[in-house]
Design a protein. Structure first.
Length: 402
């Protein structure tokens, strides 16, 4: 059967259009080059799962300690480190905001950091005071390294062996059996998490390897969502932020789901975010490294992915102990900075400015070891303190937030 001329025209036009679509569909994206291992080196794990890596700045022969922090939008140096090594800084109008405060910062421009097997150049460091972080960990913290590092490479974090592997951007095979998160990365990665207490909710949270905690919720988010069970009675505790020491509340939520992995009865800090560090309501808080250390992690900013693989710490028990005691390290001594009213520390008779000599049978003067021993909820622990030149023996029985 022959078609009318007009129908022949339409038929040919449709055929032409489909052939155009078909041809366009044959275009293939250029495959990514294979990611190649550049270097592999160790890191140290501090309390709360915080990772510290060593690097050398420019031509300075001493190694400096940097916290590896996906919760940092750049890279920074401690102000006292700059003073010690005569690193020249330049005033700017840049204001940084962090937990504890906001302030204008100086910068150190266009410098190099040297890690084992790799040197990173063209780094612009903002300068901040990390004295409080040094006193928390009992070791000098010289800076924090975040987006300026992660944006250039694929980084594998192995908590089983405390090693960091750095790869060129490209196609990489993740280990089998894990889960891939697809964060939104605007210098800081945010992931969508499901969690439950009074009810089930989903919201966005920062993926923050520099936070030595499990989970943190913005107090405004807690109030607006009514997420916590009414019977929850959070306790007051002291924490540390960019601007110094801050008070938070501490409690537990029933369930937290990260990718396909579910955790129950997770300790959570409640933070009154006066400077809106968490960018609420878009972001409700953060996921910290005391939980994330339970995975070996591949941070792949170039492809917008984070891969999680459960490791040997996956089933580690959460720390529910509560002392109400804040201790810090300064010039070779560990001292009591604050004692919360009604807390186990107050009941034990501890006072501000007591010098902590020993915890249990440990007299190492190592603040991280002391904190670990004090994580024994409902167990009696002997303390030796020096007060007004005299040694005093006290007994503390940490409570439980669960």
């Amino acid at each position: 059967m022959s078609l009318p001329a007009s129908m022949k025209f339409i038929y040919c036009l449709l055929l032409f259009n489909y052939s155009q679509i078909y041809c366009a569909g044959q275009e293939l994206l250029k495959p990514l080059p294979e990611a190649k291992l550049i270097t592999k080196f160790p890191f140290k794990i501090y309390s709360g799962g915080v990772m510290v890596i060593s690097a050398k700045f420019e031509t300075i022969s001493d190694s400096l300690n940097f916290i590896l922090d996906t919760g940092s939008s750049g890279i920074s140096l401690d102000s006292s480190t700059c003073a010690k090594y005569n690193i020249k800084t330049f005033p700017t109008d840049t204001t940084i905001i962090g937990m504890g405060g906001s302030h204008k910062v100086n910068y150190v421009f266009n410098k190099q950091l040297h890690f084992p097997g790799i040197s990173i150049d063209k780094l612009h460091f903002h300068v901040n005071n990390y004295e409080v972080l040094t006193s928390v960990y009992g070791e000098k913290i010289d800076g924090i390294i975040g987006y300026s590092f992660f944006s250039r490479y694929i980084v594998k974090i192995d908590f089983d062996n405390s090693t960091l592997s750095v790869y060129t951007p490209g196609e990489i095979q993740y280990e089998k059996g894990g889960a891939i998160l697809q964060p939104v990365i605007n210098r800081l990665p945010t992931v969508n998490l499901l969690f439950k207490d009074k009810k089930r909710l989903q919201h966005n949270f920062y993926f923050d390897t520099g936070a030595g905690l499990n989970f943190l919720l913005n107090e405004a988010f807690v109030e607006d969502s009514s997420i916590l069970l009414h019977r929850r009675k959070p306790v007051l505790t002291q924490a540390e932020g960019m601007g110094g020491k801050i008070q938070m509340r501490l409690t537990v939520i029933k369930m937290l789901e990260v990718g396909k992995y579910r955790f129950r009865n997770v300790p959570v800090f409640l933070y009154k975010d006066e400077f809106n560090v968490t960018a609420y309501p878009k972001v409700g808080g953060l996921l910290g490294n005391d939980l994330l250390r339970r995975f070996n992690i591949t941070v792949n900013y170039p492809q917008g992915e984070i891969h999680l693989l459960p490791n040997s710490h996956y089933r580690d028990a959460f720390d529910y102990a509560y002392t109400g005691l804040a201790i810090y390290f300064d010039e070779g001594i560990i001292f009591v900075d604050d004692v919360m009213a009604g807390s186990p520390a107050e009941k034990a008779g501890l006072k501000k400015d007591d010098v902590l000599i020993g915890v249990g049978s440990n007299f190492t003067n190592n603040i991280m070891q002391y904190k670990t021993i004090l994580q024994s909820a409902k167990e009696k622990i002997k303390l030796i303190v020096r007060r007004n030149g005299e040694l005093i023996e006290l007994t503390i029985k940490p409570g439980s937030i669960f």
